[in-house]
Ligand binder design. Structure first.
Ligand code: GLN
Length: 445
């Protein structure tokens, strides 16, 4: 299986360009060891899994798609990687992404442009574009991505696969190269719902190395075949407004009608403060990023400039040469909104609005078990179409960001085609209720 996986990857990579690094030799070695042991009782035994390249892997180059980490070889594994290995999985390789996970199209990668699995003139989405495209093109059957403002769900939607962002705290962030620590979560991208639940089960759970990781149950499978009878589902009206393609609005309404026909209680719900989600997110995420990226100073690890006379110049030139344009833009935005004179007007205000958004969801979950809406306003757009205009790119995240601000779990699953390209249905659950998301998704798939 592993040999075939690499034959397959090598034949498709010309077209897809999803991987930054392949782990062929090591994976084949581990597969041979598994063969020798002959123990395939675990669900993941011998399964090659692709890993987004901001999740660190021992002895395997991890770049976060940045020149800054072009030659960075970690000396330990992220907790999720150790957990996958304990379940018998193998690392197939490291997947392309937007630099430091900042972007919605994988076009800010320092290394390559990944193509959408359905149409190679289109972006795969981002930032986990490599992960989603690799799964959609069946280079691998499963991959890990990370989602700060939509980076698992949006590319899953663009490529017609299943992607889940877990509740904040479900999956350890130990070994995930930090973008925005209060928003980041690692999650699974797969071809189907059950695989997704099983992969989440393998990577979830408390980790003493991550102070924000929770002690919740990691049972995602026991309700999988319960159907939708009696489930209370709210259709988010604010997600169906202007800017969302009419065909996408229709696809959500059709899904809602299907659930109602099968015994769910379906109604409309409004979350008034989600309209402020994009500006709120870009202040919070950039602020945290500007702080997290301070560590890339050219001293401890990563890229170091050759042009310097003193320490100050070493820092400045290293960062000027090592970071791409989008990353620099975020660092400037973040430093600005955290600065003494502007903190109250920007960061503090954003933190307050974040609470209002979280309360909107909290209120909705008093009456509903799940909320649904589209994942994105449009299907995948063309390569090069939006990269000159950051605001247009940021607006693309309008339907995925609110969930990160509220810390909630959400999935994107295939919901038909619009203009020949896949679109996603977004299913949002209450805190730590991934189980019910999987229940609805399994019924719908
Ligand atoms: N597109 C969003 C951003 O650029 C989300 C990225 C992510 O979820 N990592 O910040």
């Amino acid at each position: 299986i592993v040999e075939h996986t690499f034959i397959d990857i090598e034949s498709k990579e010309d077209r897809i360009s999803a991987f930054i690094t392949l782990n062929k030799e090591q994976a084949l070695k581990e597969a041979a060891e598994l063969d020798q042991k002959g123990d395939f009782t675990n669900f993941l035994s011998g399964l090659p899994v692709g890993i987004k390249d901001n999740i660190i892997t021992k002895d395997l180059t991890t770049t976060a798609a940045s020149k800054m980490l072009e030659n960075f070889v970690p000396i330990y594994n992220a907790t999720v990687v150790d957990k996958l290995k304990k379940s018998g999985a193998l690392v197939a390789g490291k997947l392309n992404m937007d630099e430091f996970a900042m972007g919605s199209s994988t076009e800010t990668s320092f290394f390559k442009i990944t193509k959408n699995a359905w149409d190679q003139s289109k972006v795969p989405g981002g930032s986990s574009g490599g992960s989603a495209s690799a799964v959609a093109s069946r280079e691998v059957l499963a991959a890990l991505g990370s989602d700060t403002g939509g980076s698992i769900r949006q590319p899953a939607s663009f490529n017609g696969v299943v992607g889940l962002k877990p509740t904040y705290g479900t999956v350890s962030r130990w070994g995930l190269i930090a973008f925005s620590s209060s928003l980041d979560q690692i999650g699974p991208i797969t071809t189907n719902v059950e695989d997704n639940a099983r992969l989440l089960e393998a990577i979830a759970g408390h980790d003493e190395n991550d102070a924000t990781s929770a002690f919740e149950s990691t049972d995602y499978l026991s309700d999988l075949n319960k159907g939708v009878q009696g489930l209370r589902i709210g259709v988010i009206t604010d997600y169906l407004e202007e800017g969302v393609m009419p065909e996408i609005v229709d696809s959500v309404k059709q899904a809602a009608a299907f659930f109602a026909k099968n015994g769910a209680v379906v109604d409309e719900v409004s979350l008034p403060n989600v309209h402020y989600a994009v500006p709120t997110y870009y202040i919070i995420a950039s602020s945290e990023a500007s702080s997290n990226l301070q560590r890339f100073d050219g001293i401890r690890y990563g890229y170091r400039t050759k042009q310097f006379h003193d320490l100050e110049e070493l820092y400045t030139n290293t960062r000027s040469e090592g970071f791409g344009e989008e990353v620099k833009r975020r660092i400037m935005l973040g430093s600005f909104s955290l600065s003494a004179g502007f903190y109250d007007a920007y960061f503090k205000k954003a933190a307050q609005v974040r609470t209002l958004i979280a309360r909107d969801f909290q209120r909705a979950f008093e009456n509903y078990d799940l909320l649904i809406g589209p994942t994105t306003p449009t299907p995948a757009f063309g390569i090069g179409e939006k990269c000159e205009d950051p605001l247009q790119m940021y607006a693309n995240d309008i339907l995925t960001i609110p969930v990160n601000l509220a810390g909630l779990p959400a999935m994107s699953m295939p919901n038909g085609l619009v203009n020949g390209m896949p679109v996603g249905l977004q299913i949002i659950g209450n805190r730590f209720d991934e189980k019910t998301i999987y229940r609805l998704a399994k019924f719908y798939e």
